[in-house]
Design a protein around this ligand. Structure first.
Ligand code: ISL
Ligand code: CA
Length: 625
């Protein structure tokens, strides 16, 4: 147990403490050396508020202690051989169904559209597909607000279409995982309707009701509480006002969720991506969030639910009752968890989740998604080195830059069009040669970039619209829109660009969200014809992985760790050694020496022995074996 007398080094020895200190160091741009300094290490927790000139309140230390003492375990050392698994060799492809392919001209992507493009996905070299939610939903948050878990969203098709999809995916020897959203449901879900209208029924505490709200805020702006007239109480929603948080304390509810998950496994799906799954256990009594943490993060209360007291228990229960009997794969979306917490959620001997998505690499420290800034690839390098060197062989990293919640990576790094192709390929090299399971987001394989939105009316996302309204209270409309434009999730949600015809071959009708002219130059059809395209490069790399199992299970070792812009690492096993050589900068970098061996793949056709050119990335094979 940690107490007010504990020292910073004790905090660092605690998994949550270590992640928080590492994260704070990143956020405040403080070197990790500060944490290693003996004077700092020996500071007692209770002295912190005074030392920091009361920029931290007294209450902060107690909040921190409660959080740290939530976790009593530490992860085992990660030495030893990796266990093999299909998902450690697979490359996943994420489909956002609304924007992938429309089959009936209503401007909305659908299941038949997906089926018509399975050959494309297979030919790309993909092994498994993750489908964003396709369940019945009023679409306040594009399907992440589920009204009926056992029904397909009418706009996307029918249950027959879904069953056909499963068969067609498997026929092509691929796997299919679904999105499982069980932290919350839509307020239109039958459970919530009954909880409100039939307060005597078993549904009465399927959700989180309180007589008084606390100070927690929603990720989509404003208070996290709705007043519910019928019950004269408040109900919790961490996301939109129509996404009501489920009460996992209730055993009946947990059982209903398990049964529902089983029905989908019975239909043959191979696993799940579990939406904000680390938020399901909320601290008893729902205490107010700390002012200090709230100010720092921009939202209040997260320390009471992002790694809650019963999280491991709930996951183990679901694993034992549902996932293991069906041999189902699971990847948890876990915002806010760092490396140590992720180990405790995914280590193979703990039987909770197979993998998690952690998010600290998506913004350069000191910035948030809604800041207009240039992402620093030097930071991506340091983040990857940290994970590759410390995550260990009991755990499998996930590797991704994009999903339906984030702007396009190329645009974040360097929006200058002259670099688009080399940069797109450089990102592919890193993602597809480090140790871990890659997740490619639709359009990433074309090098799709952020959209040229002009007005707030062109945006669709509830997060953007709510934030815009909030910002407009304190700043001008133009300024508010500029902020939204930097971070809006809609950049990733515009239609997939299939060809240069009207609506990019996505639909015969007007798409549900505006698209700019980029599809005229950047689309699947033209890239399939161009041997130097980003799409071809992905195809080559995906085929390359299948020939080099060193990428799945080999060691990874880094050199030149401190050298700016240079990212060099080796992948080694008994059979071969690959060297990956990358210039992370947009200038020529003088070469010290060229790796020995044969250059197998590169984003520059000709080799230059003198310079590494802007964003140059190559794979070399060493030795003669
Ligand atoms: O909490 C955040 C910080 O603002 C976000 O990163 C948030 O946790 C993340 O966007 C959660 O995403 C998932 O759940 C949401 C949904 O809107 C997203 O599309 C989904 O990926 C609610 O279901
Ligand atoms: Ca449609």
């Amino acid at each position: 147990m940690l107490t007010r007398k504990s020292r910073l080094k004790d905090v660092y020895a605690n998994p949550i403490g270590r992640d928080i200190l590492d994260r704070a160091a990143l956020q405040l741009n403080i070197s990790k050396k500060v944490i290693a300094n003996p004077f700092i290490r020996n500071l007692r927790l209770k002295t912190l508020p005074k030392l920091l000139k009361r920029r931290l309140s007294e209450g902060f230390v107690d909040t921190l202690l409660t959080l740290l003492n939530t976790e009593q375990d530490t992860a085992m050392s990660g030495d030893g051989k990796m266990q093999k698994a299909w998902w450690k060799e697979a490359v996943f492809y994420q489909i956002y169904p609304r924007s992938f392919k429309d089959s009936n001209g209503d401007g909305i992507g659908d299941l038949q559209g997906i089926i018509s493009k399975l050959d494309y996905i297979k030919e790309l070299g993909i092994d498994a597909i993750w489908l964003s939610p396709i369940y019945d939903s009023p679409n306040d948050d594009n399907g992440y607000d589920i009204r009926d878990y056992n029904k397909i969203m009418t706009e996307f098709g029918t249950m027959e279409d879904f069953e056909e999809l499963v068969i067609e995916v498997h026929k092509r020897d691929m796997k299919l995982i679904m999105d499982l959203v069980v932290n919350h449901t839509s307020d239109e879900h039958e459970w919530y309707q009954k909880a409100v209208k039939e307060p005597e029924s078993k549904y009465r505490d399927y959700y989180i009701f309180q007589d008084k709200p606390n100070n927690w805020t929603s990720f989509f702006s404003g208070s996290a509480w709705n007043y519910v007239e019928e019950r004269q109480q408040y109900a919790l929603h961490l996301f939109s006002k129509k996404q009501m948080d489920l009460n996992w304390e209730n055993e009946n509810l947990r059982q209903e969720i398990h049964e529902m998950v089983k029905t989908w496994l019975e239909k043959g799906v191979d696993g799940f991506r579990l939406d904000v799954i680390n938020y399901i256990s909320k601290r008893n009594g729902l205490p107010d969030g700390s002012e200090d943490i709230g100010r720092l993060m921009g939202y209040y209360g997260a320390e009471h639910y992002f790694y809650g007291p019963r999280l491991h228990e709930y996951l183990r229960e679901m694993n034992e009752k549902v996932f293991r009997p069906y041999n189902a794969f699971s990847v948890g979306e876990t915002p806010g968890t760092g490396l140590e917490m992720s180990k405790l959620l995914t280590a193979d001997y703990r039987y909770e989740l197979d993998m998690v998505f952690s998010f600290d690499h998506l913004e350069t420290p000191g910035h948030t998604r809604f800041d207009e800034y240039q992402y620093d690839l030097g930071y991506l390098k340091s983040y990857m080195i940290y994970w590759m060197e410390n995550y260990g062989n009991h755990c499998q990293p996930s590797l991704f830059y994009e999903n339906h919640d984030n702007p396009r990576m190329i645009s974040k790094i360097n929006a200058d069009p002259q670099y688009r192709i080399v940069l797109g390929k450089l990102l592919a090299v890193i993602q597809l040669t480090l140790r871990g399971t890659p997740f490619i987001y639709q359009g990433q394989e074309l090098g799709m970039v952020n959209q040229d939105f002009h007005t707030i009316e062109e945006l669709r996302d509830v997060e953007s619209l709510n934030l815009y309204n909030k910002l407009c209270k304190t700043m001008g409309k133009k300024e508010a829109f500029a902020k939204i434009l930097a971070g809006t999730r809609d950049h990733a949600r515009t239609p997939m660009q299939w060809n240069n015809q009207q609506y990019a071959g996505f639909s015969d009708g007007e798409p549900w969200i505006r698209m700019d002219e980029d599809y005229k130059y950047c689309n699947v059809e033209s890239q399939l014809q161009d041997e130097d395209s980003i799409l071809h490069f992905y195809q080559e790399l995906l085929a390359f992985r299948k020939e080099h199992s060193v990428i799945y299970y080999g060691e990874v070792c880094f050199t030149n760790k401190k050298e700016k812009d240079l990212f060099i690492y080796y992948r080694k096993d008994e059979t071969e050694t690959l060297c990956i050589e990358i210039n992370l900068g947009s200038y020529n970098k003088k070469r010290k020496k060229c790796p020995q061996g044969v250059r197998l793949l590169s984003n520059y056709a000709e080799l230059s022995p003198v310079f590494l050119r802007p964003y140059e990335a190559s794979i070399w094979k060493q030795g003669n074996k």
